[in-house]
Design a binder for this molecule. Structure first.
Ligand code: DC
Length: 218
């Protein structure tokens, strides 16, 4: 039997990260935060001073980059041996990640890196195309969503709590722009995968969402 996978896809800010990490902990499964792979690539590209339009250079960087993940209490990521964790969550990184992630060549290079996370006793995989492209044969699939307004509010609160200056209107616009780019791209767009259970978290607590996800697996 193949290694069990629970995929959690959905737009940015729907709570995928929190829910996936909690589910992985409760199930004692491994955890793949696929967004952080695209975010790490974006950081590598920005650091190299490469333009976000330069597909050849970006593909080269994607092939050469060495990523190490440490999924402790907080996810720590090292890019070519250097800790980049503090840069992962910024809006600049997220927006650049959404741009580099739209290139099919880039996605092809990063596909195997993601599949490699499928190890016993199981995997919780969080992203946009986990249930549709990376793990289409996953035994459990969730599509977690929430209204753009609610997602912008949550992101705003997170940033303010971290002491990062934020503007709600700008965040709302960026979320809508990111949704559009992630959903309209030709390769592996954000979509409800075949066989996925849709959970709208707009009026649910994190606890309620986690319970719903766990009961799906158990
Ligand atoms: O989930 P996130 O916000 O960390 O993802 C950042 C960007 O990476 C997102 O806007 C689109 C891209 N992404 C993707 O294309 N496919 C995934 N499986 C995960 C993220």
């Amino acid at each position: 039997m193949s290694v069990p996978v629970l995929t959690i896809d959905g737009p940015s800010g729907a709570g995928k990260g929190t829910v996936s990490r909690a589910a992985a902990k409760l199930l004692q499964w491994h955890y793949l935060d696929s967004g952080s792979i695209y975010r790490s690539l974006a950081i590598a590209v920005l650091q190299a001073g490469v333009a976000l339009e330069d597909l050849a250079a970006i593909t080269q960087i994607a092939k050469a980059m060495r990523l190490e993940f440490d999924c402790g209490e907080v996810l720590t990521v090292r890019l070519n041996g250097v800790d980049i964790t503090s840069q992962l969550a910024t809006e600049t990184t997220g927006n650049a990640a959404s741009i580099v992630a739209a290139y099919p060549e880039v996605r092809a290079v990063l596909l195997q890196k993601q599949k490699d996370f499928r190890q016993l006793p199981g995997l919780v995989a969080d992203g946009r195309d986990m249930g549709s492209v990376v793990f289409p044969d996953a035994q459990f699939k969730v599509y977690l969503t929430a209204s753009a307004e609610e997602r912008a509010n949550r992101r705003y609160k997170q940033l303010i709590e971290k002491g990062i200056d934020a503007n709600l209107l700008q965040i709302t616009r960026e979320i809508e722009e990111r949704d559009r780019r992630d959903s309209e791209r030709a390769t592996a767009p954000l979509m409800v995968p075949d066989g996925a259970v849709i959970i709208d978290s707009s009026s649910l607590s994190i606890r309620q969402v986690i319970d719903a996800v766990i009961s799906l697996v158990r």
